[in-house]
Design a protein around this ligand. Structure first.
Ligand code: AMP
Length: 440
């Protein structure tokens, strides 16, 4: 299928051709025609699947272009609002609007905290008709009188489940309270827990559900591996992987800010250039770290899940899960940072004995057995021998079961380590814990 069949304007088709998009992704194929017709949708799509373009392209076509200069209070009215959970994601969406909208007279403003309201107020006043923002900053502008949502035509909630998880539901409801009843409403969410469904019910009008194949959820272009590692060996193993393989651009995921900082320290001691992004870093520091990472001025970026939301680097080759995420779904988000838009990527997870039960849950979620690589074997020439390649191939074909994982774990960690696994079996796995805002 080509973009031509989706009914997008000629202007957009030219832009897409110029930026090198030839074929719509699945979510684009399904969402764009519905959104062009003004239908409310509830869409499930992960990052990395092209979801931003799936709502930005029809938005650009649907909004009326106007050269009329706004005056008085009209200057604070915008036609469209996109809400996203993090500053990084807000900036990423804003940049995409500017890129896809280069032949339109639409103008976008990014509204996020950590900087003064002033420059954002000026951008709104000087004619922005699309606002992209975090909930708190949007409300700041509404209270300040510098943003008026009473004439809004289109509202889009991106990564709604993340916004709810981060505790923004009251802010979302306050913002919805400011909107006209007659409007076009769109909601994207990776998961659909009860609170999301209840928000969708009150927010959307006769929505059409748009889903993409579960297979596509765990990016098919991503080779996924597991290294079984003792907890205390994770740090040296991480450094070893990066140094010995001479990886140049690696995104490492952790669950806590503390862990992120520790890893950066460890890597710096090993002469690997690394920076961290997490909730304790100022906006300036986060943007700076991201820029340095994109330009390959640093090798490693260590990130918590929420801070990594907006990271969009084409062709990012390596993602490492230093630990499995608090929430199983975040595994999909994490590995989605590589193998983006048709490019190949590799995701490696360092898994300790206490995480094996959760690993099994993740495998069920993505409907795929993950290949466990014996860490010693993977680092030596042994792995290059044809006989080993052959057995790997057979292994991939058959998948790896938990028995094998346990046998390997026993080999590496001894029986004591394995006792921990059976203890864990009866416990609620870490992935089921409600996420805790403090961690980010
Ligand atoms: P997203 O899921 O929106 O974060 O997009 C993931 C990446 O795919 C971004 O780098 C986009 O620029 C890119 N992308 C989106 N749609 C397409 C497409 N149809 N063809 C090629 N690349 C795309």
């Amino acid at each position: 299928m080509s973009f031509k069949t989706l009914n997008l304007s000629k202007k957009l088709l030219t832009t897409l051709k110029n930026i090198g998009y030839t074929t719509p992704t699945e979510i684009q194929e399904k969402s764009i025609p519905l959104l062009l017709k003004g239908k409310d949708i509830l869409a499930t799509s992960q990052t990395g699947t092209g979801k931003t373009a799936s709502f930005v392209l029809p938005l650009l076509d649907n909004l009326e272009e106007s050269d009329r200069i706004k005056t008085g209070d009209e200057r604070y009215k915008v036609d469209a609002l996109i809400l996203a959970p993090t500053r990084e994601l807000v900036l990423q969406i804003h940049e995409k609007i500017e890129s896809y909208g280069q032949n339109f007279s639409h103008s976008s403003v990014a509204l996020y905290g950590g900087i003064k309201l002033g420059s954002q107020v000026s951008a709104i006043r000087s004619g922005a008709n699309i606002a992209v923002g975090t909930t708190a900053r949007v409300l700041d502008h509404v209270k300040n009188g510098s943003l008026n949502l009473s004439a809004l035509k289109i509202i889009i909630l991106d990564e709604a489940d993340k916004m709810l998880e981060m505790g923004f539901i009251d802010e979302i409801r306050k913002i919805i309270g400011q909107l006209p009843k007659e409007r076009h409403s769109v909601m994207f969410s990776a998961t659909f827990p009860k609170p999301i469904m209840s928000l969708a019910k009150s927010f959307l009008n006769n929505p059409i559900t748009v889903e993409i194949d579960k297979e596509n959820l765990s990016a098919q272009q991503v080779t996924q591996h597991i290294h079984l590692v003792k907890e205390e060996e994770k740090m040296p193993q991480l450094a070893k992987n990066i140094i010995e393989n001479q990886w140049e651009q690696v995104l490492v995921f952790v669950n806590t800010k503390l862990q992120a900082d520790k890893i950066v320290e460890h890597l710096k001691n090993k002469k690997v250039k690394a920076l961290a992004i997490h909730g304790d870093k100022s906006q300036g520091m986060r943007v700076d770290a991201l820029e340095k990472f994109k330009k390959k001025n640093i090798t490693v970026l260590v990130a918590t899940d929420v801070a990594a939301r907006g990271i969009d680097i084409i062709n990012l080759p390596h993602v490492i899960n230093f630990e499995l995420p608090f929430k199983n779904e975040d595994y999909i988000h994490r590995i989605g940072r590589t193998g983006r838009a048709g490019k190949e990527g590799e995701a490696l997870s360092l898994v300790s004995s206490k995480e094996l039960a959760q690993l099994k849950e993740i495998e069920e979620l993505i409907n795929k057995k993950l290949e466990i690589i014996d860490k010693q074997e993977s680092q030596t020439e042994e792995s290059q021998k044809p006989s080993n390649r052959k057995s790997r191939k057979a292994e991939r074909k058959s998948g790896v079961d938990l028995k094998k994982a346990k046998a390997l774990a026993e080999k590496m960690m001894g029986k004591e380590g394995l006792k921990e696994i059976s203890k864990h079996k009866n416990k609620k796995p870490a992935g089921q814990k409600p996420s805790n805002k403090r961690h980010f």
